[in-house]
Write a new protein. Structure first.
Length: 498
């Protein structure tokens, strides 16, 4: 491969790194944002997860659009939109405006994500080099999720919370300029028109199911839950049925008959569910409970970034030694072990245990994500790379959205359940809304308030511990499924990668 190919990979990795950073950078800004915009707990969750919702809902459509109009062209269009919507987010005067801006960021991101992985698939046709290139790409995604808090922390030490969005602008300009000169154009020469009804059905199906889960965990069961579940299931059923009949389907549903393919998609979703979902509230824990400054909190999470970079060096070796299924299962199991260690150390003094735990989680999630993504992308022909990439990235973004929605809502519910009785109704309402709101609005010097805040910090910690255990159980279950469902032909895999 030429130096130009690796330089192009650098531009693509920079783009996905920025998208991943944008998914988690906001977590550190929550205390400052809460003090400025005064969002409700529900608005705070929407600010956090609507970005991933919009991405997940549109990735399938955008992946197919990239195959038809050109992956480079769509990526450059998305880069412009991402930069402009970042400015809108930074200047938002109300929670509603910030939610809207985050939605537009998600839409713009959906035009970028499938093209990055599809172009990687087209540049690196050799399986061994493709695995290494996807490991670099995956490191950008997982490292971006962990680097986000560091970038955010450094900016929040000196600037307004809107700076966490403005940092996107110069990086997106670099992606735009580098993309124009370094990225090759590619498309499906036989691609027909996109089926608009299929696009609508895929969006409605994904977003409805995610919304129902978020609503029942965060606000309780009411009539909107069964209504949105039924709507989502009907849309997904109709979508799948339509894909089997139309001449140009958005997704080749026959791919899911392969255990290697379907198992890889599920494993990818669960790995990101645990990693990104926990990360959103973990940054708040480090600041609001441990008392770290934003930059210090970001540096604690740096161990996950370092671990994800190590994955680049050993991903091919792990497949050759264990076979793909067992290597993916090992990554998921390591992630589960790291989450259990995290649950234990969150209630203990010192930060060493937390740093070690986060490194284990980052390494495990990074290994699982690299190998599952490679399996999904490698299963499709080059001309359908955008469509295949959109499946891998939909799994990633859906996992992130569900992780923030479900684990975030569970953590909030556990936090409130462990608060105990607070006599002053106004103080009680403030504390129950969120720990971030309580920390910014209550006067710690007032009589009794310091004790109430300490009680709230303890409740938040207990909530984080149980949420970590729940995420660990999910990853462990996925590891067992991956071990037995995804094939592990060491000889064949080894020959493909060595």
């Amino acid at each position: 491969m030429t130096a130009r190919s690796w330089a192009a990979l650098g531009i693509l990795t920079l783009a996905v790194l920025l998208l991943a950073i944008d998914g988690t950078v906001l977590a550190l800004a929550v205390p400052a944002l809460s003090a400025d915009l005064d969002p409700t707990a529900t608005q705070l969750l929407w600010i956090g997860d609507i970005y991933s919702f919009a991405l997940a809902g549109l990735l399938v459509t955008m992946g197919n659009l990239a195959d038809r109009i050109g992956r480079k062209k769509l990526l450059l269009i998305g880069a412009v939109g991402f930069g402009l919507s970042s400015v809108l987010a930074a200047m938002s005067p109300t929670p509603e405006m910030l939610i809207l801006a985050r939605a537009v960021l998600g839409i713009s991101g959906a035009t970028i994500m499938p093209s990055t992985l599809a172009i990687v698939r087209n540049i690196f046709s050799d399986p061994k080099l493709r695995t290494r290139a996807i490991a670099v790409w995956a490191a950008g995604a997982t490292a971006g999720a962990a680097v986000g808090p560091i970038v955010g922390g450094a900016l929040l030490e000196h600037f307004h919370w809107g700076s966490v969005f403005l940092i996107n602008v110069p990086i997106m300009i670099l992606v735009l300029v580098g993309g124009i000169f370094l990225l090759p154009e590619s498309r499906d020469p036989n691609g027909g028109r996109i089926d608009l009804l299929s696009a609508i059905l895929s969006f409605v199906g994904i977003v409805s199911i995610v919304y129902a889960i978020k609503h029942v965990v965060g606000e309780g069961f009411d009539l909107t839950v069964p209504a949105t579940v039924v709507l989502g299931l009907v849309a997904i059923w109709w979508f799948i049925r339509r894909q089997r009949r139309v001449s140009n389907p958005l997704i080749d549903v026959s791919l899911f008959r392969s255990p290697a393919f379907s198992g890889a998609v599920v494993a990818n979703t669960v790995a990101i569910f645990g990693f990104v979902g926990l990360l959103f509230f973990f940054s708040q824990y480090l600041q609001l409970v441990r008392g770290l400054r934003p930059l210090e909190a970001g540096l604690v999470e740096l161990s996950a970034t370092i671990a994800s970079i190590i994955v680049i060096a050993i991903a091919g070796f792990a497949v050759g030694w264990l076979g793909r299924g067992r290597a993916i299962a090992t990554g998921l199991a390591l992630g589960a072990i790291g989450l259990v260690i995290l649950a234990i150390t969150e209630g203990s003094p010192g930060l060493v245990g937390i740093i070690v735990a986060f490194a284990v989680v980052g390494f495990g999630a990074g290994l699982a994500m690299t190998l599952t993504t490679d399996a999904v992308v490698g299963s499709a022909p080059k001309e359908r790379a955008g469509a295949a990439s959109s499946i891998a990235e939909t799994a990633y973004e859906l996992g992130a959205a569900l992780g923030i929605a479900v684990l975030g809502s569970i953590q909030t519910a556990l936090y409130r359940a462990n608060l105990g009785e607070i006599e002053d109704p106004d103080v009680a309402a403030t504390v129950k809304e969120s720990l971030a709101g309580a920390s910014s609005h209550l006067d710690a010097t007032a009589p009794g308030v310091a004790a109430i805040l300490e009680q709230a910090q303890h409740a938040f910690t207990v909530g984080m511990q149980w949420t970590s255990v729940i995420a660990a159980a999910l990853l462990a279950t996925a590891a067992v499924i991956a071990w037995f469902v995804i094939p592990s032909h060491r000889e064949r895999t080894a020959s493909a990668h060595h």
